[in-house]
Ligand binder design. Sequence first.
Ligand SMILES: NC(=O)C1=CN([C@@H]2O[C@H](COP(=O)(O)OP(=O)(O)OC[C@H]3O[C@@H](n4cnc5c(N)ncnc54)[C@H](OP(=O)(O)O)[C@@H]3O)[C@@H](O)[C@H]2O)C=CC1
Ligand SMILES: O=C(O)[C@@H]1CCC=N1
Length: 610
Amino acid sequence: MPSLQESKLAFIGGGNMASAIIGGLVSKGVNKQNICVSEPWDVNREKIAALGVRTTTSNVEAGGDADLIIIAVKPQVTKGVCEELGNAWSPRETLPVVVSIAAGITLDSLKGWLKTSDGRTAHTVRVMPNTPALVGEGASGVFASADVTSAEKELVNAMLGSVSKASEWVDREELLDVVTGLSGSGPAYFFAMVEHLVASATALGLPEEQAKRLATQTCLGAGKMLVESSDSPTQLRKNVTSPNGTTHAALQTFEALNFKEITDKAGDDNSAASFEKTLSTLSTKITQDTTRLDQQRWESWGVKEYAAVAGGPVLIFGVRKTSSKIFDYRISRIQRRLDDYHKQREETIEKLKVATKYNSTQQLLEKYGGESPKPSPNPKGQDTEKRKPTQQPQFVARTGLPPPPTANIRRPPSAPKTPNNPPSPSPLLELGPQTPQQPASIPPPFPPQPATEQSNFAPNAFPQNGEYIEQAHWYDRLLDVLLGEDETQPRNRMVMICSQCRLVNGQAPPGIKTPEELGRWRCGSCGAWNGVESEATKILSSLRQDAVPAAGASEPMSSEDADAPSSEGMEEGVMVSSEEEQVASGSSEAEGQTEGESSPEPLRRSTRNR
Ligand SMILES: NC(=O)C1=CN([C@@H]2O[C@H](COP(=O)(O)OP(=O)(O)OC[C@H]3O[C@@H](n4cnc5c(N)ncnc54)[C@H](OP(=O)(O)O)[C@@H]3O)[C@@H](O)[C@H]2O)C=CC1
Ligand SMILES: O=C(O)[C@@H]1CCC=N1
């Protein structure tokens, strides 16, 4: 670190305090050409220039190559000045030491504002000087940030020492506020005191100039005694105050007028100085928070913020992919086991066929018997043909009552419903994704009808004004990719429409994608069976039909027994419940028809058998 004489000094702001220090430095012989002052106001700049130092209007130029910068602008201007300098110093390899004399501006703020674009900050010192610096009688309080080196402190001490008789380094930064109220502002208190004394003496008849000289010299003499005497201020006061004398009477008047309180108040919370300090602190805080707010705003988002927003969906996608892989693996294991069971079942059925000579019997019957053997007539003499589940539409009014108006059932047209005069197709068949996978061979039982009539049918199934139709957006697709499709969504569900009477029997459970997965199901209105039957079930049904007449031939059954499906068939473990019902329906349907209008509910029969 260069010495004070060799150092280049720059003053940002050439006002009262800067003038006092520069004047002191010049009078102490510091090289004037090493001092540069930036000051926008011509009057002040010329006054400074009169001291013989360099001046400029550019802060950056003044601070360009300085070793020590003294920021001597008003507190509210300090932020802008610091940022201007910090930005300009980025190319500099070594940053200058910065001394701020601004009252109330903290080191943290200063260091933040002084940051260069590459993140460096100048070592910073706060000084609270006073104007007697001009005559080399200054008093200063000092506090430095932790990164300030001893060499840098030495340079600051040297600069202050040339204008101050007292440079006090304080332990805590907040103590600089106390120093401000004492020595920073202190000269003003003494000047005010002299002002009042002169005015009082003048009012009592003493010529003003005489009064001023007497007051000023008294002030200087008292000050000198305070500096030079070993006595305390209290002792020095007592030495002047004769018992019951005029000084005593005057000091009593001071006390009566709350002299102590006046001086106390100069530094307490209700003083103007205190308000100034509070306002200055608030201004600093407002500036800091405004800066923080700017940083938090969208436009000041950094790489981290954008990365978090962009990476969020990728993370969700990754988690979803991983978890679906785990579940896919578990599902495929269970599926393999299930396939194995299916295979074993097929093999067992084949063995059963061999054991019962099913194939050869079937061939012989086809060759010589014409039709498959029919079960023998039951004791009631009912025709067993009637027992076969009919695949024709059954529009039988089983209760004799019309369906409620809200029922999702087409109202009978004026013409009677017969296969030759079928009603129009259900509009639901036109709902693409929800249309069940019907065999193409099933002809639509109802001819198309005008839209107005369609909307009268099951009116709540069709949006009247489109308000319930949700358009898929691009982000819906994105969410489907990220989170998977919702199996409960209508577009992913199968609708169970009866192939005979077209009644919508609700939706297949979520996750069912094919008719095979759904299996056989029975229409709740006409009782017709729908869906796809597995090969094994067909064989077993056929075997059962073969077995029933054989048993009947050897041992006649009661009507109850004849109507009931065999318990073997009902308990067949490989059949799903709907398949069991289907086997049972061979008799229940027939019974339903023969028993006419009082036919039991289609499923009641099988329930009773269980
Ligand atoms: N006066 C004192 O006894 C003491 C003052 N201080 C502190 O010293 C600092 C200065 O106080 P003081 O000298 O009294 O105030 P002054 O107003 O007298 O001086 C400040 C000077 O800075 C100039 N200035 C304003 N904006 C800029 C800028 N952007 N760049 C460069 N210069 C600028 C001003 O010009 P313009 O007038 O055109 O705005 C003015 O000449 C304050 O922060 C104060 O707290 C500390 C201890 C004692
Ligand atoms: O009045 C002021 O704000 C400055 C600080 C101390 C002296 N003058």
